[in-house]
Design a binder for this molecule. Structure first.
Ligand code: SAM
Length: 228
């Protein structure tokens, strides 16, 4: 079991490398928060408030679905999704920070959670395999994406037919490590994603918004940046 995990990690580690920004995409017309930590709050607090359980139930995560934890950090969602979906699940834990992925690899071995492939993304490209993801979870990371338009555009090819993109964040300005829901809807819509669900996660922090992509991607040069 552990050998399988280590093998997958070795393959996936090859995926990440520097990626130049694509000038066709507009820059976001609002602040981008810096990366400051591999986790949002403590896992004990989040579990006490029922965050992951609520999100996974709302998304009806059941065995057979292929899930990507995008911006996985310490893996709060990765480990809970892996426990829920079982050892045969296909799960991608993706992050732009190599040191966070290395730490998560150690955690997955220690917690005996096989079936997780680590992916080293670039700031504007998640670098997930094509047509391989049924549910992408972006938890407390959207406001840190350097260029959300390019990132969402490059996420699209990894989404299988019927896939959903779940964004978890707090309703605060992006400079304060949150994303106002109206801004999120506007930026997602600019790249062709339509919101199909939005709930408060109270008593846990923030909200869950779920989007589905349209069949075709927009012309990057025609994307109009949203105002915060
Ligand atoms: C506040 S942490 C949240 C981690 C985890 N999702 C959670 O809910 O605890 C934000 C994470 O997003 C990652 N991140 C920021 N920008 C990213 C990008 N463009 N692509 C992938 N990961 C990114 C950071 O490296 C960091 O691990």
């Amino acid at each position: 079991m552990i050998a399988r995990l280590v093998g997958l990690l070795a393959c996936a580690a090859l995926a990440g490398h520097a990626h130049a920004a694509d000038a066709r995409f507009p820059k976001p017309d609002r602040p981008v928060a810096p990366i400051i930590a591999p986790a949002y709050s403590t896992e004990a607090t989040r579990d006490r408030l029922g965050e992951a359980e609520r999100v996974m139930s709302r998304l009806s995560l059941t065995p057979g679905l292929r899930v990507a934890d995008v911006g996985a950090g310490d893996g709060y969602y990765t480990v809970r999704v892996a426990r829920r979906l079982g050892p045969d699940a296909t799960i991608y834990a993706q992050d732009v920070e190599r040191t966070y992925l290395d730490r998560l690899a150690t955690r997955l071995v220690a917690e005996r959670l096989p079936g997780v492939t680590l992916v080293h993304g670039a700031p504007t490209d998640p670098k997930l395999p094509a047509h391989a993801v049924d549910v992408a979870i972006l938890a407390h990371m959207y406001h840190e994406i350097e260029n959300p338009y390019e990132f969402l555009y490059r996420l699209r090819p990894s989404l299988a037919p019927g896939a959903r993109v779940a964004v978890i964040d707090v309703d605060k300005p992006t400079a304060e490590h949150g994303t106002p829901p109206a801004l999120l809807r506007c930026e997602m819509a600019a790249v062709g994603y339509r919101e199909i669900d939005h709930i408060s996660l109270a008593p846990a922090d923030g909200f869950l918004s779920v989007f589905v992509p349209r069949a075709t991607l927009p012309d990057p040069a025609r994307i109009k940046p949203c105002r915060a």
